[in-house]
Design a protein around this ligand. Structure first.
Ligand SMILES: O=P(O)(O)OC[C@H]1O[C@H](OP(=O)(O)OP(=O)(O)O)[C@H](O)[C@@H]1O
Ligand code: HPA
Length: 179
Protein backbone atom coordinates (compact mmCIF):
# COMPACT_ATOMS: atom_id res chain seq x y z
CA UNK A 1 0.00 0.00 0.00
CA UNK A 2 2.78 2.43 0.97
CA UNK A 3 4.50 1.77 -2.37
CA UNK A 4 1.30 2.60 -4.25
CA UNK A 5 1.29 6.19 -3.01
CA UNK A 6 3.47 8.91 -4.47
CA UNK A 7 2.79 11.72 -2.01
CA UNK A 8 0.35 13.03 0.57
CA UNK A 9 -1.37 16.11 -0.81
CA UNK A 10 -3.63 16.91 2.16
CA UNK A 11 -3.19 15.52 5.64
CA UNK A 12 -6.05 14.43 7.88
CA UNK A 13 -5.42 17.50 10.06
CA UNK A 14 -5.61 19.89 7.09
CA UNK A 15 -8.84 18.30 5.90
CA UNK A 16 -10.48 18.39 9.33
CA UNK A 17 -9.49 21.99 9.93
CA UNK A 18 -10.93 23.07 6.58
CA UNK A 19 -14.17 21.13 7.16
CA UNK A 20 -14.58 22.94 10.48
CA UNK A 21 -14.29 26.28 8.64
CA UNK A 22 -16.77 25.23 5.96
CA UNK A 23 -19.26 24.00 8.56
CA UNK A 24 -19.14 27.36 10.35
CA UNK A 25 -19.79 29.13 7.05
CA UNK A 26 -22.72 26.80 6.25
CA UNK A 27 -24.18 27.25 9.75
CA UNK A 28 -24.08 31.03 9.26
CA UNK A 29 -25.47 30.99 5.70
CA UNK A 30 -28.44 28.75 6.53
CA UNK A 31 -29.24 30.09 10.02
CA UNK A 32 -32.91 29.52 10.84
CA UNK A 33 -33.37 26.94 8.09
CA UNK A 34 -33.36 23.17 7.91
CA UNK A 35 -30.90 21.81 5.40
CA UNK A 36 -31.15 18.65 3.32
CA UNK A 37 -27.67 17.26 2.76
CA UNK A 38 -27.48 15.15 -0.39
CA UNK A 39 -24.43 12.91 -0.39
CA UNK A 40 -23.20 11.52 -3.67
CA UNK A 41 -22.18 7.90 -3.22
CA UNK A 42 -19.74 6.51 -2.90
CA UNK A 43 -16.93 9.04 -2.73
CA UNK A 44 -18.70 11.58 -0.51
CA UNK A 45 -19.23 9.25 2.47
CA UNK A 46 -16.23 10.54 4.45
CA UNK A 47 -16.91 14.20 3.69
CA UNK A 48 -20.57 13.79 4.61
CA UNK A 49 -19.70 12.14 7.92
CA UNK A 50 -17.07 14.68 8.91
CA UNK A 51 -18.79 17.81 7.59
CA UNK A 52 -22.26 16.98 8.96
CA UNK A 53 -20.89 16.28 12.46
CA UNK A 54 -19.52 19.82 12.54
CA UNK A 55 -22.88 21.45 11.70
CA UNK A 56 -25.16 22.86 14.38
CA UNK A 57 -28.12 23.40 12.05
CA UNK A 58 -30.99 20.93 11.93
CA UNK A 59 -30.16 18.71 8.97
CA UNK A 60 -31.56 15.72 7.15
CA UNK A 61 -29.47 13.47 4.93
CA UNK A 62 -30.24 11.57 1.78
CA UNK A 63 -28.05 9.82 -0.74
CA UNK A 64 -27.77 9.48 -4.47
CA UNK A 65 -25.51 7.18 -6.39
CA UNK A 66 -24.36 8.31 -9.80
CA UNK A 67 -21.50 7.06 -11.86
CA UNK A 68 -19.45 8.58 -14.61
CA UNK A 69 -16.00 7.12 -13.98
CA UNK A 70 -16.37 3.35 -14.01
CA UNK A 71 -12.99 1.89 -13.08
CA UNK A 72 -10.74 4.33 -14.97
CA UNK A 73 -9.19 7.72 -14.25
CA UNK A 74 -11.21 9.79 -16.77
CA UNK A 75 -14.85 10.85 -16.64
CA UNK A 76 -16.93 9.24 -19.35
CA UNK A 77 -19.16 12.33 -19.34
CA UNK A 78 -22.21 10.06 -19.31
CA UNK A 79 -23.87 10.28 -15.92
CA UNK A 80 -26.11 7.45 -14.77
CA UNK A 81 -28.34 7.47 -11.68
CA UNK A 82 -27.67 4.21 -9.86
CA UNK A 83 -29.75 5.18 -6.80
CA UNK A 84 -32.13 8.12 -6.62
CA UNK A 85 -33.14 10.19 -3.58
CA UNK A 86 -35.96 9.05 -1.31
CA UNK A 87 -36.78 12.67 -0.39
CA UNK A 88 -39.15 15.06 -2.18
CA UNK A 89 -37.08 18.19 -2.87
CA UNK A 90 -40.04 20.51 -3.29
CA UNK A 91 -39.39 23.69 -1.24
CA UNK A 92 -36.25 22.25 0.39
CA UNK A 93 -32.88 23.92 0.89
CA UNK A 94 -30.52 21.35 -0.58
CA UNK A 95 -26.77 21.12 -0.19
CA UNK A 96 -25.04 18.57 -2.41
CA UNK A 97 -22.02 17.11 -0.61
CA UNK A 98 -19.23 15.82 -2.85
CA UNK A 99 -15.67 14.64 -2.57
CA UNK A 100 -14.37 16.11 -5.82
CA UNK A 101 -15.22 18.23 -8.83
CA UNK A 102 -12.84 17.26 -11.61
CA UNK A 103 -14.14 17.86 -15.15
CA UNK A 104 -17.34 19.26 -13.60
CA UNK A 105 -19.48 17.01 -15.81
CA UNK A 106 -21.05 15.02 -12.97
CA UNK A 107 -21.94 18.03 -10.83
CA UNK A 108 -23.25 20.23 -13.62
CA UNK A 109 -25.55 17.39 -14.61
CA UNK A 110 -26.59 16.73 -11.01
CA UNK A 111 -27.21 20.40 -10.26
CA UNK A 112 -29.56 20.71 -13.25
CA UNK A 113 -31.28 17.46 -12.32
CA UNK A 114 -31.94 18.48 -8.69
CA UNK A 115 -32.94 22.05 -9.62
CA UNK A 116 -35.64 20.64 -11.89
CA UNK A 117 -37.34 19.06 -8.82
CA UNK A 118 -38.66 22.33 -7.34
CA UNK A 119 -36.31 22.92 -4.37
CA UNK A 120 -36.07 26.32 -2.63
CA UNK A 121 -32.30 26.26 -3.29
CA UNK A 122 -29.53 23.90 -4.35
CA UNK A 123 -25.87 24.57 -3.58
CA UNK A 124 -22.73 22.44 -3.64
CA UNK A 125 -20.10 21.70 -1.01
CA UNK A 126 -17.06 19.80 -2.25
CA UNK A 127 -13.88 18.86 -0.46
CA UNK A 128 -11.75 19.09 -3.60
CA UNK A 129 -11.86 20.88 -6.93
CA UNK A 130 -9.46 20.76 -9.88
CA UNK A 131 -9.85 24.14 -11.62
CA UNK A 132 -7.40 23.24 -14.40
CA UNK A 133 -9.35 20.09 -15.30
CA UNK A 134 -12.72 21.85 -15.70
CA UNK A 135 -14.59 21.07 -18.90
CA UNK A 136 -17.72 22.89 -17.79
CA UNK A 137 -18.11 25.71 -15.28
CA UNK A 138 -19.96 24.70 -12.12
CA UNK A 139 -21.16 27.24 -9.61
CA UNK A 140 -19.82 25.89 -6.29
CA UNK A 141 -20.59 27.71 -3.03
CA UNK A 142 -18.26 25.74 -0.68
CA UNK A 143 -14.85 24.41 -1.75
CA UNK A 144 -12.41 22.76 0.64
CA UNK A 145 -9.29 22.87 -1.51
CA UNK A 146 -8.37 23.66 -5.10
CA UNK A 147 -5.81 21.06 -6.19
CA UNK A 148 -3.68 20.42 -9.31
CA UNK A 149 -5.11 18.22 -12.09
CA UNK A 150 -3.61 14.98 -10.78
CA UNK A 151 -5.56 11.82 -10.02
CA UNK A 152 -5.96 11.61 -6.25
CA UNK A 153 -7.14 8.93 -3.83
CA UNK A 154 -8.10 8.65 -0.19
CA UNK A 155 -10.71 10.22 2.06
CA UNK A 156 -13.47 8.56 0.01
CA UNK A 157 -11.75 8.81 -3.37
CA UNK A 158 -10.89 5.56 -5.11
CA UNK A 159 -8.89 4.11 -7.91
CA UNK A 160 -10.69 0.93 -9.06
CA UNK A 161 -12.51 0.87 -5.66
CA UNK A 162 -9.28 0.89 -3.66
CA UNK A 163 -7.82 3.49 -1.25
CA UNK A 164 -11.16 5.07 -0.22
CA UNK A 165 -10.45 4.37 3.44
CA UNK A 166 -7.23 6.39 3.65
CA UNK A 167 -7.67 9.26 6.13
CA UNK A 168 -5.70 11.68 3.88
CA UNK A 169 -5.67 12.64 0.19
CA UNK A 170 -2.68 11.55 -1.86
CA UNK A 171 -1.50 10.83 -5.38
CA UNK A 172 -0.78 7.37 -6.70
CA UNK A 173 2.55 6.24 -8.04
CA UNK A 174 2.27 6.01 -11.86
CA UNK A 175 2.98 2.25 -11.85
CA UNK A 176 -0.35 1.63 -10.11
CA UNK A 177 -2.42 2.81 -13.07
CA UNK A 178 0.05 1.88 -15.76
CA UNK A 179 1.49 5.40 -16.13
O1 LIG B 1 -16.15 16.38 -12.17
P1 LIG B 1 -16.17 14.99 -12.71
O2 LIG B 1 -15.03 14.78 -13.71
O3 LIG B 1 -17.47 14.59 -13.29
O4 LIG B 1 -15.80 14.01 -11.50
C1 LIG B 1 -16.40 14.05 -10.24
C2 LIG B 1 -17.16 12.80 -9.91
O5 LIG B 1 -16.29 11.66 -9.95
C3 LIG B 1 -16.35 10.95 -8.72
O6 LIG B 1 -17.34 9.98 -8.71
P2 LIG B 1 -17.20 8.53 -9.41
O7 LIG B 1 -17.98 8.51 -10.69
O8 LIG B 1 -15.73 8.18 -9.50
O9 LIG B 1 -17.96 7.58 -8.40
P3 LIG B 1 -17.63 7.24 -6.85
O10 LIG B 1 -18.07 8.45 -6.03
O11 LIG B 1 -18.45 6.04 -6.54
O12 LIG B 1 -16.14 7.00 -6.71
C4 LIG B 1 -16.71 12.03 -7.72
O13 LIG B 1 -17.29 11.51 -6.55
C5 LIG B 1 -17.66 12.90 -8.49
O14 LIG B 1 -19.00 12.45 -8.39
O1 HPA C 1 -8.83 12.46 -8.96
C1 HPA C 1 -9.77 11.65 -8.77
N1 HPA C 1 -9.61 10.55 -7.97
C2 HPA C 1 -10.59 9.64 -7.73
N2 HPA C 1 -11.82 9.75 -8.25
C3 HPA C 1 -12.05 10.82 -9.05
N3 HPA C 1 -13.19 11.17 -9.68
C4 HPA C 1 -12.93 12.30 -10.33
N4 HPA C 1 -11.65 12.70 -10.15
C5 HPA C 1 -11.08 11.78 -9.34
Amino acid sequence: MGQDLEKVLLSQEQIEERLTELAAQIDADYAGKELLLVGVLRGAVMVMADLSRRLHLPVQMDWMAVSSYGSGTKSSGVVRILKDLDTDLHGRDVLIVEDIIDSGLTLSWLLANLRSRGPASVEIATLLRKPEAAKVAVDVRYVGFDIPPEFVVGYGLDYAERYRHLPFVGTLAPHVYGG
